[in-house]
Design a protein around this ligand. Sequence first.
Ligand code: CA2
Length: 143
Amino acid sequence: MKILVINGPNLNMLGIREPGIYGNQSYAALCESIRSYAAQNDLEVELYQSNHEGDLVDQIQAAYGVFDGIVINPGAYTHTSIALLDAVKAVGLPTVEVHISDVSAREDFRRVSYIRQACVKTICGHGFAGYTEALAFLKEQKT
Ligand code: CA2
């Protein structure tokens, strides 16, 4: 099973500031934990990060016919992007929305998620473990 893991804007800055919200581990450490989980659970993963909305749309579109599912943390585009919602709808791949922090317990604007209506599951506030939980969910769903 092949899963594309996408991270949106500023997630490449993890560990640099706001450790109280996002922890003190880096984006490289996040990638390593995802790769290690995938290797131990017979999953193929590809990781992609971009700060640009159109690049994220391109990557979701390119997943069509190539990947079996998507794990996405759209970062701040969660709260603004109809384009990402439409891209996930267009490819029709099972997609899990992940947030490191509990967006429901922060500012009001973080409670809005456009992409959520196209996702099979949302995981919030579980830190880096949310990504591996999302992989496990997609694997379980396929069998
Ligand atoms: O909790 C999450 O995973 C978020 O998707 C992270 C986004 C935020 O805009 C969403 O509301 C929730 C932010 C990405 C990382 O931002 C950083 C800020 C300071 C230092 C390092 C990363």
